[in-house]
Design a protein around this ligand. Structure first.
Ligand code: 13P
Ligand code: SF4
Length: 312
């Protein structure tokens, strides 16, 4: 394939030709966010997927997100630019292991973060995302014991803010676990007026430094509405693209990771598997397609729908 191709122009053409919609997460590379019909956080993308009126749903995100879109739209074609775009959280929790854990705690109900496979959702009672996790957990009677999977950091944060004692699965996001507290404090020392804002997938010592903790859309909104002029942002660096658009006059610093990589900040290797070239190819050939077996689709829809009903 020639690199002479103007992928952006071709993608726009394909969108019209195929009545396709491109849904993108804030962690996608800037060019993908700019060409998408809708950019959002996990919850917003789930709502959007539930109401979409297109023949082809192109999910510029990771596998569990595209799978959720397919579960909500079993009769539509859903494609993902790279089928290997997984998630360390989804990988940390298999349905077999979760079932064994459930069997050990039969009186517990299971709240799962959407960052899980369809098989895991199919044996869950209710899903949540980082933006509605507190609301979902608060909707459960206080005397009802809960298993929270798979993000131990989000789970610990929700335990803290709700006063619950949920049993936590041992999973973590490789991106949010990579922030360096020493480097973060040094960055803050260099920019003392900057407010630290963090995603709840981050570890407790990072969250303790934060003036605000929230989902990707929550962080963008906070940067927009808070009067501070500088922010140190502890989440995947892709968010800075949309955030800077919303606050063109404010200064944003990505929270530094333990190991410096090319941008000295944290990038999700799964999210970054998607490229404009792969997006173009997947729209052209309508591949790779997401498939969910019918029995799993029906079971997984129940906890997703419960979440959407409660958080709407
Ligand atoms: P949100 O989109 O809910 O903020 O979650 C971030 C994330 O890590 C998605 O993979
Ligand atoms: Fe998964 Fe973390 Fe990447 Fe989100 S940023 S897709 S939680 S590995």
């Amino acid at each position: 394939l020639s690199d002479e191709i103007d992928y952006a122009a071709e993608i726009v053409k394909l969108k019209k030709e195929k009545n396709a919609v491109i849904l993108a997460h804030y962690y996608q590379e800037p060019a993908i966010q700019d060409i998408a019909d809708f950019v959002g956080d996990s919850l917003q993308l789930s709502y959007k997927a539930a109401e979409v009126d297109a023949d082809l749903i192109v999910f510029a995100g990771v596998h569990f997100m595209a799978e959720t879109a397919k579960i909500l739209n079993p009769d539509k074609k859903v494609v993902l630019p790279d089928l290997n775009a997984g998630c360390s959280l989804a990988e940390a929790c298999t349905a077999k292991d979760l079932q064994a854990f459930k069997d050990k705690h039969p009186d517990h109900i299971v709240v799962t973060y959407v960052n899980t496979s369809a098989d895991v959702k199919a044996i869950s009672d209710i899903c949540c995302t980082s933006s509605n996790a507190k609301k979902i957990v608060d909707s459960i009677p206080l005397d009802q014991p809960i298993i929270f999977a798979p993000d131990k950091n989000l789970g610990a944060y929700i335990n803290k803010v709700t006063g619950r004692n949920m049993l936590l699965w041992e999973g973590a996001c490789i991106v949010h676990e990579a922030f360096s507290i020493d480097k973060l404090l040094k960055t803050h020392h260099a920019h003392p007026k900057a407010k630290i804002i963090a995603h709840p997938e981050s570890e407790d010592h990072i969250l303790k430094t934060a003036a605000y903790i929230g989902s990707t859309s929550g962080l963008i909104n906070y940067a927009k509405t808070d009067p501070a002029q500088e922010f140190i942002v502890a989440t995947e660096a892709g968010i800075l693209h949309e955030m800077q658009k919303k606050v063109p006059d404010k200064t944003l610093y990505p929270a530094p990771a333990v190991e410096d990589n090319t941008c000295a900040c944290s990038e999700c290797p799964y999210m970054k598997m998607n490229t404009m070239k792969k997006l173009y190819l997947c729209m052209k050939y309508e591949l790779p397609e997401i498939h969910v077996p019918e029995d799993i689709q029906k079971k997984a829809l129940i906890p997703i729908q419960r979440m959407l009903d409660i958080s709407s």
